[in-house]
Design a protein around this ligand. Structure first.
Ligand code: FA5
Length: 313
């Protein structure tokens, strides 16, 4: 039993002594009462001292274990900021998610099959050279576009079609090209791929879907137009342009990415019958999307790690 506990017990037992008062002669009562009162006061004093010791002991423990006051810091912490591309990628994903698309992650190392064969670039196809692809010594490929995820998205969500639903997926991701870099060309940048498959998917649905995305992102109605493009994995293939948003100065057309109806061979390789299902796909650059929104003049700022640039966001 601790010191404090035994003192408290003593005090409790002292209480019983008061009952004896009644049994005493009047002359004896005064002296007896004074004696127990004195004893009681002594005990209360000792209990208070013990409790104080305990309390100050607890405080000492905190001081010993904490290197500094628990509510203050010797260092002034400066809050960092989210990188503008990370923030805008989250916004892009949210817009597509609100439109009903699943969002899946891409990868930063891929292979020949996903980069080329699954996308209808047979071995020796001249368009393979157009992608300025990096390769590791082991033969892996850092993806040159997010289209490398088409086969994975199609095979993963093929079960939707069996259940009578559509495939609607977007894939934001980091991509790499062996480019001559300049103000609008980086070796490392971001894209967002869109993939939609149903029995009735059409080119007009593709244009409506992408227009809807750009209008939500820039917050105003936009004029769009297309011009012919070429990608082995879509047929027909188009380049998608928007008229510069009025809030950003208007005037002039900007190419935002490539798109088209998914080539029947790409559906076939992914185990989807092109006689029954049709699909559209689109892939746009995130860096240029964000540059336009914030008036950023050089794409190389994003990967530069320059604090003066990053602090603006
Ligand atoms: C493609 O990458 C195709 N995969 C797009 C596609 C997807 C077509 C699905 C059909 C179906 P392209 O190489 O044009 O396409 O690149 C698309 C966008 O990526 C460009 O419009 C541009 O915004 C961006 N981009 C391309 N190269 C760079 C670069 N070096 N630096 C920054 N952004 C770039």
């Amino acid at each position: 039993m601790s010191n404090l506990e035994s003192l408290k017990l003593e005090l409790k037992n002292l209480g019983k002594e008061y009952a004896k008062l009644k049994t005493l002669e009047k002359t004896e009562r005064k002296a007896f009462g004074e004696k127990i009162n004195q004893k009681k006061n002594e005990l209360l004093k000792k209990i208070a001292e013990e409790e104080e010791k305990l309390e100050s002991g607890a405080l000492e423990k905190i001081d010993l274990s904490a290197p500094f006051g628990i509510n203050e810091s010797p260092i002034s912490f400066k809050k960092g900021t989210v990188h503008p591309l990370s923030r805008e990628l989250a916004l892009v994903s949210k817009i597509y998610s609100d439109m009903g698309f699943d969002v899946i992650e891409s990868r930063q190392l891929d292979d020949e099959f996903h980069m080329f064969e699954s996308l209808n670039f047979p071995a020796g196809h001249p368009a393979r050279d157009g992608y300025d692809t990096f390769r590791t010594e082991e033969g892996f490929i850092p993806p040159a576009h997010t289209s490398t995820m088409q086969y994975r998205a199609l095979t993963r969500f093929r079960k939707n079609l069996d259940a009578g639903e559509n495939i609607a997926v977007v894939v934001p991701g980091r991509v790499f090209r062996n480019e001559d870099v300049d103000a609008t060309h980086e070796h490392t940048f971001y894209q967002c791929e869109g993939i939609f498959v149903s029995k009735t998917a059409s080119l007009s649905q593709l244009l409506g879907t992408w227009k809807n995305f750009f209008e939500t992102y820039y917050g105003e109605k936009l004029n769009i137009k297309t011009q012919p493009g070429y990608f082995p994995f879509t047929e027909p293939s188009l380049e998608f342009l928007i008229e510069k948003p009025k809030a950003l100065g208007g005037n002039g057309w900007l190419e935002m990415g490539g798109c088209g109806m998914i080539h029947p061979n790409v559906l076939k390789i992914a185990g989807i019958d092109p006689e029954v299902y049709k699909g559209f796909a689109f892939g746009g650059g995130i860096d240029r999307l964000v540059m336009l929104k914030y008036g950023i003049t050089d794409v190389r700022y994003f990967e530069s790690g320059k604090l003066e640039f990053l602090k603006e966001f």
